[in-house]
Design a protein around this ligand. Sequence first.
Ligand code: HEC
Length: 339
Amino acid sequence: MKRVKVWDPAVRLSHLAMGVLVLAAFLTSEEDDTLPLHMRLGLGLLGVVLFRVVWGFVGSTHARFSDFVKGPKAVLTAVRSMVRGKPEHTLGHNPVGALMVVTLLVLLAFVTMTGIVMGLGPDWSGPLALSKSTLHLVKEVHEGAAEALPVLIVLHVLGVILSSVLEKQNLIGGMVTGFKRADDAHVEPGAPSALRLTAGFLMAVVLAAAVVLGLWRVLPSGVADAAPALLSTYEQQARAESPSFERFDVARGKALYFTEHPTKNGATSCATCHSPDARQEGRSPVGKRIDPLAPSANPDRFTDAAKAMKWFDRNCTQVLGRPCTAVERGDFLTYLSSL
Ligand code: HEC
């Protein structure tokens, strides 16, 4: 038996990065306030996957898909020999492992790409401007595909452990050190020249980095990006409404929020129900809890233009005795966004 260098540093590092990024993306996927980070982790993951795919064509001997991707016949033969407890010795990925490698890469690419479509598409706030129903569909597909990941990863790890036992060598350690054992008679095929490897490596890095950096700049930086988008709609309406309109104003919005008006329930302002601090929960006259109105405290606020409009109409009419103008709606939202 002799030790042979099988996995180059690019294979090992990209493998490690994928594991870490998948875990981090899972941990940040549930809470609204970690979603911006989640999107960036996902984008980084897509970059690593892209790099690995390109490296699969231009990388070192055992990094290449042509080295390990085999047809169904070879996969069946390998499964049969594993079942018999006498696995054929493959220095790179064996045909069954290779199937898993390709499946995982395809799934990771799919999950990250649907995630990016979601990030770019929320109604009038993202550059893709998807409709609510399309966005919902993409979300379902993204989450469903992401849930398949842990299942496949567990199978992958179990497969590696099983192969380690059958082949009597530590394959996990091999992915860390890069070395595996081979028969003395084993002859390594000729490796690509250092020049070709360097050129291939640079190409893979540049391609992956270009995609990541390009998308990084257009991905929204936070879920609360909805308010600015709605504000620009109100701004257009305000210009159409009054030619003298210049800009929305925090102080005017604040005055609208706190000024009391006589109503059938006595003197009432927006603060009566929405609480004097709009970052806090409010309470309706019948004691029903109202979620905070300020987008900084409640990212769901002002993400739905029709819903916002419905409540502006209803609540302004109740407090002021008339619907709010576009200038008032813009001032109000500008004040809330300043909190
Ligand atoms: C009588 C109680 C009450 C008063 C007074 C009141 N609101 Fe509301 N407001 C509500 C309730 C209830 C909701 C909807 C429940 C929810 O979305 O949590 C709501 C929701 C809203 C929303 C929806 C935001 C979104 O898109 O999610 C806006 C905008 C709003 N109110 C504006 C105002 C303004 C402007 C005033 C003052 C002129 C005001 N409200 C006064 C009870 C009130």
